[in-house]
Design a protein around this ligand. Structure first.
Ligand SMILES: *Cc1c(COP(=O)(O)O)cnc(C)c1O
Length: 402
């Protein structure tokens, strides 16, 4: 390595360590179910996004194994020869579950967000985002070349001020499209966006609404579309919330992502989303596993089980005086503020047999380091009780006020 590269890299690594922000992999032998062997130790895992336990569901794994018989890989991009019947079936199933005309598969949620934003807006346009949006939406906005505007988290007044500002600029310039992109459920906070109010603002200002359902798809919805996500839960449909992105690597337990919307929107993205066009198609095993996972979401009351676990966790945690956030989703953060404390508590929990996420900046804003506890339909009440007891003990050991 050249001396200047070596010293640049070393300096940046030293900075990260000094700030308590250095990250390390944990090595698991297999997906948590929710127990996992982590660096040689058995831990009950409360950090995965496999909210319904589908990553380890025998029928999902069997479907992936059958899917692998179609080929280990897709062998080309979707538009060359990498689009199989199984992909088509999965797209139909996603459209059915989300109540949309059509859906398009992407290699990951990150790629879907970057591809969709870049396909819809560019130089001379505007993209408006919540400050706590996921990094992939932020990066998609930046890469698109559109003017980038942010608003305070879930603050409808701040959002409306930005929309007034950009529609003024838009009129002055004589053109410019406006895209509003938000997380439906916030990945590090677990709270939901006020989507119905946002959709109304979008109507008023002629703004296109894009919702990232990474943490909503599969676990919430409406009576008619119980697994569709936060958009359906907010009473919105394809007209009021035209662009929906969801992932297949979280509640669906597999990997990859999709965009769902009108037939015309999906046709457009097929032609113009560069992260769809210039990449190898989804491996058929992943498509087959995802399809089975989505069928299981329809056939079994997994989302209700998850909701019961979340309520149980919140009830018990409140009784213990733990500082819960305003979240009714599977994501239950405990904001401790200081990076060092978060690392210390996470380490103590690990010694007691539990794995939770220690989330620090830059993933979350400075001063809001937190434990990100996630619940799954496969957690038992006694596992939740055991975690809470260990948590109370770990917090007491750091002499934090609980
Ligand atoms: C995880 C996540 C993504 C990215 O999805 P991947 O399929 O993991 O790339 C996008 N948005 C949000 C809100 C997420 O939590």
């Amino acid at each position: 390595m050249s001396a200047s590269l070596q010293s640049f890299v070393q300096q940046r690594l030293d900075d990260r360590r000094a700030q308590q922000l250095y990250r390390e992999h944990k090595n698991l032998t297999a997906a948590p179910n929710p127990v996992a062997v982590v660096d040689g130790r058995e831990l009950i895992t409360f950090s995965s996004n496999d909210y319904l336990g589908l990553a380890t569901h025998p029928q999902v794994i069997a479907a992936q194994q059958r899917g692998a018989e179609l080929g280990a890989g897709a062998t080309a991009s979707h538009l060359v020869n990498g689009h199989f019947d199984i992909h088509q079936q999965l797209q139909h199933k996603i459209a059915e579950l989300t109540g949309r005309e059509a859906a398009l598969l992407f290699g990951s949620g990150y790629m879907a967000n970057v591809g969709v934003i870049g396909a819809l807006v560019g130089r001379g346009d505007y993209v408006v985002q919540d400050k706590l949006n996921h990094a992939s939406l932020i990066d998609g906005g930046r890469l698109s070349g559109a003017q980038y505007l942010r608003f305070a988290h879930n603050d409808l007044d701040a959002l409306e001020r930005q929309l007034q500002r950009v529609s003024g600029q838009q009129r002055a310039a004589g053109s410019g499209k406006i895209l509003l992109a938000v997380d439906g459920v916030y990945s590090m906070d677990g709270d939901t966006a006020p989507l119905a109010e946002m959709a109304a603002l979008c109507q008023t200002y002629d703004v296109w609404l894009m919702v990232d359902e990474a943490h909503g798809f599969g676990v919430m919805g409406s009576e008619r579309f119980p697994c569709a996500g936060s958009v359906a839960a907010a009473g919105l449909d394809q007209d009021s919330a035209p662009i929906v992105m969801g992932t297949l690597g979280k509640a669906a337990g597999n990997g990859g992502a999709f965009v769902a919307g009108s037939r015309a929107l999906i046709d457009y993205l097929t032609q113009y989303a560069r992260t769809y066009i210039y990449t190898t198609g989804m491996p058929p095993a992943v498509a087959a596993g995802s399809l089975r996972a989505l069928e299981l979401m329809q056939e079994q009351p997994l989302a209700q089980t998850l909701a019961a676990r979340v309520s149980y966790f919140r009830e018990r945690a409140a009784k213990l005086g733990l500082p819960l956030e305003n979240s009714t989703s599977a994501i239950q953060p405990l904001v401790l503020g200081c990076e060092k404390t978060v690392l210390q508590v996470a380490e103590t929990l690990r010694q007691s047999g539990f794995l939770v996420g220690a989330i620090r900046p830059p993933t979350v804003p400075a001063g809001t380091a937190r434990l990100r506890i996630t619940l799954s339909a496969v957690h038992t009440e006694s596992q939740i009780d055991a975690l809470l007891a260990a948590l109370v003990a770990a917090l007491a050991a750091t002499e934090l006020p609980v």
